[in-house]
Design a protein around this ligand. Structure first.
Ligand code: AMP
Ligand code: MG
Length: 422
């Protein structure tokens, strides 16, 4: 019997010489490094930006001893004991922002509002609900402990203490915390500049009339929006035809202005795809087969100083490779020291998922909670790598490990919810 000398394809269940997902990711991660410089901005523009310098508190928080409740400030020696009831004369009322300047004598109390500075000599606050009052005097029993209901100066943050480390992506409570220290300008990392283009003679720009045999460009839009969500400055370079000169020009232009270049398409075996050939001349690029589905062919490397990601052409493969590979690399390049890792949870499969061992699969699924509070996962139906609907209807990746074979209904699988990922 004679045999044909054929090449492997992404339809093959097992592939010779393919990298595992983990190998491909670790190769990429070790090839990239931070590409940012610091810039100073006002705090009002800082949410989602990456902090470039640790924040050290110039003040104590709270800055002064203050009352945690509305009530009466007293000296601890005035507290009643046993079955005693004590009567104290109320000599003043202090509110937040207006410190009391007088002094307290024995047998006296000062009415105090939440946040108001504790008057000199007082150290304990009795909640207003715990006193009897006739308007001039209060009566207290022995349920109180010395020092209660008082926030000490520096109890939350001490002057000189580091409150936030560099490399975090700033959240609303962290912005509030910085404001609470009186700091209005901070140093953050500049966003990455990222050039994005699509390749292929069959790919149409939005606004162009439909043409036979052609498809509208979806990859550029999904990639650009994912990059914008990450806070990158995106340069839209449009669609480049399968033409060596045009591709060469596009790569040169992109490498001049961008920190990172993203393309889609043209990295698999295809007669009219010149991307591979031009890339080989333009930079130092690896063409990898990764044992995964979808997403097998990926080009990765550099063109001059720019990092290059050549994602596959199929729209779902673009999204999967973007989130599995490009996202962790971009986070490193942005200087994020605590990457936002999407949580992995185990969910029970509501259907059989056919699979052969030897590659990692990223199916798209709908995660839900059962009535008994268990996580359930079902696929979004047909999982072809060109079926973007399989992803747009999903809320999670079902990640089926390299060695695993068919998942039976009822088995547990790893699920990566999109929340936190995008
Ligand atoms: P390629 O790797 O260039 O052969 O592309 C693989 C598949 O993805 C083909 O069916 C292409 O038509 C499709 N494709 C390539 N680029 C895009 C794009 N920008 N938007 C949507 N589909 C695309
Ligand atoms: Mg193509």
């Amino acid at each position: 019997m004679s045999t044909l000398n054929v090449q492997s394809s992404c339809g093959d269940e097992n592939e010779q010489g393919a990298l595992t997902v983990d190998q491909a990711l670790s190769n990429m991660l070790s090839a990239v490094s931070e590409k940012t410089t610091p810039e100073r901005i006002h705090l009002t523009d800082a949410v989602d930006r990456i902090l470039a310098e640790a924040i050290t508190s110039p003040v104590n928080v709270p800055s002064h001893r203050n009352s945690a409740v509305d009530g009466y400030a007293v000296m601890q020696v005035e507290l009643a004991s046993g079955s005693d009831i004590k009567s104290l004369k109320v000599i003043a009322k202090v509110v937040a922002g207006h410190p009391y300047s007088g002094t307290l004598q024995k047998g006296e109390a000062i009415q105090i509002m939440t946040g108001a500075q504790m008057p000199e000599l007082t150290d304990t606050v009795i909640m207003q609900e715990h006193v009897e009052t006739d308007g001039e005097n209060i009566r207290i029993d022995s349920r109180h402990t010395s020092g209660q209901n008082v926030r000490q100066a520096g109890e939350d943050i001490k002057r000189g203490q580091t409150v936030l480390e560099a490399g975090i992506k700033l959240t609303p409570p962290q912005i509030g915390l910085i404001a609470s220290l009186g700091i209005s300008e901070i140093s953050v990392k500049t966003p990455l500049t990222i050039a994005v283009f699509s390749t292929g003679d069959e790919v149409l720009n939005l606004g162009e009339p439909p043409r036979e045999g052609c498809i509208y460009d979806s990859n550029r839009y999904s990639m650009m929006s994912a990059l914008k969500k990450l806070g990158c400055d995106v340069v839209d370079m449009g669609i480049i035809a399968d033409d060596p000169d045009k591709l060469r020009n596009a790569f040169e232009m992109a490498a001049k202005s961008a920190d990172v270049i993203f393309t889609s398409g043209g990295v698999s075996v295809g007669e009219a795809d010149y991307t591979k050939q031009v890339l080989t001349e333009a930079g130092s690029i690896n063409f990898w087969k990764v044992a995964m589905k979808p997403g097998r062919p990926i080009a990765f490397g550099s063109i001059n100083d720019a990092t290059f990601f050549g994602l596959p052409g199929n729209p779902v493969a673009v999204m999967v490779t973007f989130y599995q590979f490009a996202l962790p690399c971009l986070q490193k390049m942005m200087g994020l020291t605590t990457p936002l890792i999407a949580p992995n949870i185990k969910a029970q499969c509501t259907e059989q998922i056919r699979k052969l061992p030897g590659r990692t699969e990223f199916q798209r699924g709908v995660l839900s909670l059962s009535e008994t509070g268990d996580w359930l996962i079902s696929t979004t139906g047909r999982q072809g790598s060109g079926i973007l609907r399989s992803m747009s209807e999903a809320n999670a990746f079902i990640t089926i490990e390299h060695e695993r074979s068919t998942v039976q209904k009822g088995e547990l699988v790893n699920v990566q919810p999109f929340i936190g990922l995008f």
